[in-house]
Design a protein around this ligand. Structure first.
Ligand SMILES: Nc1ncnc2c1ncn2[C@@H]1O[C@H](COP(=O)(O)OP(=O)(O)O)[C@@H](O)[C@H]1O
Ligand SMILES: [Mg+2]
Length: 373
């Protein structure tokens, strides 16, 4: 940063726009005079709908934040409230740390700066970081192990082939065939554990085409009692990705949903554009979120922590590879698959960063375009 000159108003604006925490400003009459994009996301309403409204029209009458605002204005001291339960418009509730800072330079020019740091967000980031770290450790272990297994296995297989040619009696070839067959099976298994080894051929593509392709594929093979719903955000910009890999990843997740609901159930494919969204520890300006939601029985509790590891399956005929492959494919796109599950509602979300460069980022992220009102 240039330390010689003062930051410009434009820089201030960009800093506020890119903060991942919500920042709001109320005037002395407790009317909202500023809200940053993270705040709009939190309230799920665009700034134009909120600006000028009194705090009592934005927050419920019994909201602890409303009480903190009044106290801040009265006492003139900063207040930090931890783990405040907030009921926000649109019926959603969240837990956040709130700081209210009175900003008064003159008695007639007072206001309150409010920072909201949702804890659900922090917990999610911590959980995702842990998930990524565990999977990375696992992959390093498997890679090392795979190397140790595949080299001698190649030797074993080659020797068995040579032996086969030398065998005097055809009946004995049954044994070399077993050695070769089992060596191939082991090699296959190790390859699957390693995950997909093809390099992504990325192109700019419409994620809804990918989803519709998967929906049509799966719909043709499922019982009539399974109903598909789509809830697409048509404003999502194109994703840069490998079409076949994305199809494979979505297909693995959707097939699991189909298997979970059995003969009758509802499966929803939902897309949303998320601004200032963190995937693991990296914050992205814009993320494409694809959720596959089913109303099946949910993921068994004893599996839920480990379902993205290979060979973890809750089904008698499962291989346990579907989700680990899907996760590797999405990781190759710098993305992540997350999941939340309770009986009757299981949601897998594929998060794909949309790194649009320069001017187009500005354009696609204006709050008016993105925030549902
Ligand atoms: N939508 C879902 N609802 C309930 N359980 C699920 C769902 N998706 C995955 N699972 C659980 O995760 C396990 C692992 O899935 P996956 O890696 O695709 O392997 P597989 O399908 O071969 O078992 C499944 O066996 C199942 O127990
Ligand atoms: Mg599966």
């Amino acid at each position: 940063m240039n330390t010689d000159s003062k930051p410009t108003a434009g820089l201030h604006q960009r800093i506020l726009d890119n903060l991942s925490h919500a920042v709001l400003m109320f005037d002395a009459a407790l009317r909202l005079v500023f809200i940053n994009p993270a705040g709009e996301m939190l309230f799920a309403v665009s700034a134009s709908r909120l600006l000028g409204l009194p705090a009592k029209d934005i927050l419920p009458a019994d909201s602890p934040l409303l009480a903190a605002l009044r106290r801040g204005l009265r006492d003139g001291h900063p207040i930090t409230e931890h783990e405040v339960q907030l009921s926000l418009p649109g019926q959603h509730k969240l837990t956040a740390d709130c700081t209210v800072t009175p900003l008064s330079t003159r008695p007639d020019d007072s206001g309150l700066l409010v920072e909201l740091r949702p804890l659900d967000h922090q917990r999610r980031v911590a959980r995702e970081e842990q998930q990524i770290a565990r999977q990375q450790t696992f992959r390093t272990l498997v890679r090392g192990l795979a190397h140790e297994i595949k080299n001698p296995l190649g030797g074993l297989r080659g020797a068995a082939q040579l032996l086969e040619r030398e065998l005097p009696a055809a009946g004995l070839k049954e044994y070399t065939a077993i050695i070769i067959g089992e060596a191939d099976r082991l090699r296959n298994l190790v390859d699957h554990l390693l995950g997909p080894n093809t390099i992504a051929r990325k192109e700019s593509l419409n994620i809804h085409r990918v989803l519709e392709h998967v929906r049509q594929l799966v719909q043709a093979e499922v019982p009539h009692g399974i109903r598909f719903h789509t809830d697409y955000d048509p404003s999502i910009p194109h994703v840069t990705g490998d079409r076949d890999q994305l199809i494979q990843a979505v297909l693995n997740v959707v097939r699991n949903a189909v298997q979970a609901v059995g003969n009758e159930g509802e499966i929803t494919l939902r897309t949303r554009a998320r601004r200032q969204f963190t995937i693991g520890s990296r914050q992205h300006r814009l993320v494409c979120q694809v959720c596959v939601i089913d109303n099946g029985p949910g993921i068994p509790e004893e599996l839920v922590e480990n379902i993205f590891f290979p060979m973890v399956s809750g089904r008698a005929d499962g291989t346990g590879l579907g989700l680990s492959i899907a996760q590797s494919l999405i990781n190759q796109h710098d993305g992540l698959i997350t999941c939340k599950s309770r009986p009757g509602h299981t949601q897998f979300c594929l998060l794909l960063p949309l790194e649009t460069g320069g001017a187009s980022t500005e354009k696609t992220t204006t709050s008016e375009e993105r925030i549902p009102t």
